[in-house]
Every structure is written in C-alpha cells, then in structure tokens.
Design a protein. Structure first.
Length: 94
C-alpha cells in the first residue's frame, strides 16, 4: 500500500506501508510494474493538485491510473478539471 502525503510547499511524498511499518520518501520506481493498473484513493478532492501530482508520479513510474476514488469532492473548487483525463468517483459531493 502506498500513501501519498501532501506537504508545503506543494510536494507529494510517499509512505510505503509494509507490515505496519512506514518507510518515508521511498521512490516509486520498482514498486509499480510497467503497465500495472493503479486505483488512486483519497479522502478529499479539492483543487485537484495533489491527485494530479500523484497520478503523474504513478505514470512516471510506469503505472496506468485506472481511476481515482475520493470520499468527499468539493465541487465549488472545480478540482475535477485538472483530472479530466481520469475517471473519478466520489461518495459525497459538496
């Protein structure tokens, strides 16, 4: 399981969870096989910046973003436009 953590300034760091241990700042190369389908899951879609960066990093590592799923989408911030090339599902739209 790979967790993306947004920080300031806008950088995305990854935490890899293996057997209840976290190893910060591990590169994605070697963790994702070429052509492997990846579903990105996040709690919130606001402006779309973090999810767009995560999708780009997955693709740079050779993966294919099969979709994005979020719990809450803030419609008034229009983050979906930054992610127009991906299928997005949200549980709650506010």
């Amino acid at each position: 399981m790979i967790f993306a953590v947004a920080s300031k300034p806008a950088r995305t760091k990854f935490l890899i969870r293996t057997q209840w241990r976290h190893r910060p700042k591990v590169p994605l190369n070697g963790l994702i096989e070429n052509g492997q389908k990846i579903l990105i899951i996040d709690d919130l879609l606001a402006t779309g910046g973090t999810l767009a960066a995560t999708a780009r990093l997955v693709e740079m590592a050779g993966g294919i973003v099969s979709g994005i799923a979020v719990v809450i989408e803030l419609l008034f911030l229009d983050g979906r436009t930054k992610l127009s090339e991906y299928e997005i599902d949200s549980l709650i739209q506010y």
